[in-house]
Ligand binder design. Sequence first.
Ligand SMILES: C[S@@+](CC[C@H](N)C(=O)[O-])C[C@H]1O[C@@H](n2cnc3c(N)ncnc32)[C@H](O)[C@@H]1O
Length: 192
Amino acid sequence: MANLIRQTTELALHLVRPYITKDSTVIDATCGNGHDTLALAQMAPAKLYAFDIQENAIRATTALLEANGYRKSIADGRFIVQCVAHEEMDAYVSRPVKAVLFNLGYLPGGDKEITTKAVSTLNAVQTAMELLETDGVICITMYSGHDAGKEEKAALLNFAETLEAKRWHTAYISMPNQKHDPPEILLITRKA
Ligand SMILES: C[S@@+](CC[C@H](N)C(=O)[O-])C[C@H]1O[C@@H](n2cnc3c(N)ncnc32)[C@H](O)[C@@H]1O
């Protein structure tokens, strides 16, 4: 097994994996180069949506899925990769949704100005919460090493603290001894 606490992206996928069954609908809300989308596809959900606002991310994700044997799943609509802002995902997704993955920030190797932002991310998380089934999970990997990411993390943690404990359970995974603002994970599950 990979050493999960050294690789936050692996840890996020590991946390989400037990939620997903063959009947699940799952969303990659920030598909980027497609690595997380591919990992979700390999968990064999009934339906997979992948969103990003950059056409090159959509091309990269589609190519990665196709190269890994998922051409038919794309062609028959089981896997949908779309150039759509995640705050608009409810217009494209049929509920209920079992798992939503957010890997925030900018596309590795891409334009750092095209990054997720506090206001739209909060909107998207709230939208994802409306789509979520009971005992479904939202898993958000946050990067606070850049200004927009700092603001985004603060907004998300403030928001998480306000959630009604009877309806939502949240968890926050930090890496307290790591320097240089390591990635952190916020999890939200619907209790009722
Ligand atoms: C850290 S990258 C994601 C990496 C990706 N999960 C992977 O496995 O390669 C963050 C992505 O979020 C996308 N993004 C930024 N704002 C967005 C928005 N409002 N809706 C959807 N995607 C957005 C960026 O274009 C970028 O590709």
